[in-house]
Write a protein that binds this ligand. Structure first.
Ligand code: C2O
Ligand code: CU
Ligand code: CU
Length: 483
């Protein structure tokens, strides 16, 4: 008999939710009774001609372990996460969103250098799609890589209810791997009594570190398990779709390289020797070799403080070959990504303030000056350059093709995952070098970091924290690129 859901405190005993727990010393515990789940279902349907439907609708999913009730979710096409969309680089992606939800929605194609009108941001690039209505998304996909799609309306709630899915754009010359696995990392906050998604009316989520869950899942399931073979080479496409959780990851029984971040290939693969941080909305493409022996287990390990948990278990069945392969080559770069003319760049600044503990002295809200307490009473806690929520004017207006530098200062005590739409940027490193191309930058408390990018894509692009309750309570601005 399964334990009664009411007897488990999901928040304080994550071990209960992790049949495999690995301590810092690598000791494996509690594997007894682990049910091996079948390979994760994955839709690999080829792109058909004409608009395929992408239906946003309520569904049910078994998020909690077997024996606990199913959870009511909002889904794309009934699946959690939404069905994988996989297209060839340079092709056109067409999906007709059908809104069968009880609330207005939209779809944002995160990380895609997209036509502005297709960016899916209600109030900026389109109207929210009302229940019963449809919207045709139709755009060119010029970059290969690992992306995702998600609701951009009331997103702190809609993404948390399940409205997200992977979007994979294949290189014409893909790397030599045995298998390509998409791993959508998420955490849900479920009510332990009912197994249902917990209420969204928690002010703490808005004013502190965001809505962190109490059960971590991969591809919508708890204790995700895959099979593998020794010396097999896997491409793992990690996508963090969680509201606020920063995944801290390590490999066990797997060795490899990071080959791309936020969809964009690294100039050269980086050997994974330390913990990998994946902030909300960020992606990492890994190429890993299975080093664990047949009969053993390999893991993608998630750390919560000093305790490690199996985020994905790879059950090693056989030996694929007697030796490992040579290190991987870099992935082919995407077109026109150079960040040049840093010396002639337009300079901008973004000061991040607010939240619990530090707040702000005063900020603008709907055209008037308010103190932190008054702002908090109307549900706004965060200011960008002294404005709570979307400002009347863009942060800056750039000519098309102009290089822009934005110096960002995190004057809060919380980390933030700053995401720019429609462009990838590079960090201008203190020594003068440039960091990897990214669309989301994790900034810890009191950090001051500068990004630079070429404003090549005309339109109004939002720039916000991807800790989604932060975006909803003030951390949202936009830039404009002239046509
Ligand atoms: Cu992934 Cu504005 O979002
Ligand atoms: Cu985005
Ligand atoms: Cu934030």
């Amino acid at each position: 008999m399964p334990a009664s859901p009411g007897t488990v405190n999901w928040l304080s005993t994550p071990a209960e939710w992790n049949a495999v727990m690995i301590s810092r010393r690598g000791l494996l515990r509690g594997t007894a009774g682990l049910a091996t789940l079948p390979l994760l279902p994955r839709s690999l349907q080829a792109q058909a001609e004409g608009p395929q439907l992408l239906e946003a609708r309520p569904a049910q999913a078994q998020i909690a372990p077997e024996g606990y009730p199913k959870t009511d979710v909002w889904s794309y096409g009934g699946a959690l996460p939404g069905a994988e969309i996989r297209v060839a680089q340079g092709s056109r992606l067409t999906r007709k969103l059908v809104n069968s939800l009880p609330a207005p929605t939209s779809v944002h194609w995160h990380g895609i250098r997209i036509d502005n009108a297709m960016d899916g941001v209600p109030g900026v690039t389109q109207k929210a799609v009302q229940p019963g209505e449809t919207f045709l998304y139709d755009f060119d996909v010029k970059d290969a890589g690992t992306y995702w799609y998600h609701s951009h309306n009331q997103s702190f709630e809609q993404v948390a209810r399940g409205l997200h899915g992977p979007l994979i754009v294949e290189e014409s010359d893909p790397p030599d791997v045995d298998r390509d696995e998409v791993l959508v990392l998420d955490d849900f906050r479920l009510d332990p009594e009912t197994g249902q998604i917990a209420s969204f009316e928690n002010m703490h989520d808005f004013s502190h570190g965001g809505r962190v869950g109490n059960i971590a899942v991969t591809n919508g399931v708890f204790n995700a398990t895959l099979t593998a073979e020794q010396n097999e080479r896997l491409r793992l496409r990690l996508i963090n779709v969680a509201n606020a959780k920063i995944f801290e990851l390590e490999l066990r029984g797997l060795e490899g390289w990071v080959v791309a971040l936020d969809g964009m290939p690294l100039d050269s693969p980086i050997r994974i020797s330390e913990r990998l941080l994946l902030a909300p909305a960020q992606r990492a493409d890994l190429i890993v070799d299975v080093t664990a022996e047949p009969g053993a287990e390999a893991h993608l390990v998630r750390f919560e403080g000093d305790e490690g948990y199996s985020q994905v278990l790879f059950s090693v069945r056989e030996k694929a070959s007697d030796s490992r392969r040579d290190p991987p080559l870099p992935l082919p770069p995407n077109p026109d990504m150079a960040v040049t003319d840093l010396d002639d760049a337009m300079q901008s600044q973004l000061r991040m303030e607010g939240g619990a503990m530090r707040g702000f002295a005063s900020a603008h809200m709907n055209g008037r000056e308010v103190g932190f307490r008054e702002a908090a009473q109307s549900g706004k806690f965060w200011a960008l350059n002294g404005t709570l929520g979307m400002p009347d004017a863009p942060l800056f207006v750039a000519e098309r093709g102009q290089t822009v530098r934005v110096m960002m200062q995190n004057d809060t005590v919380f980390p933030h995952a700053m995401h720019l739409h429609g462009h990838h940027f590079r960090e201008v490193l203190p020594g003068g070098g440039l960091g990897p191309l990214r669309d989301t930058l994790l900034m810890f408390a009191d950090e001051r970091r500068e990004i630079a990018f070429v404003a090549h894509n005309p339109g109004d692009w939002v720039f916000h924290c991807h800790m989604l309750t932060h975006a909803a309570s003030g951390m949202m601005t936009r830039i404009k690129v002239l046509a």
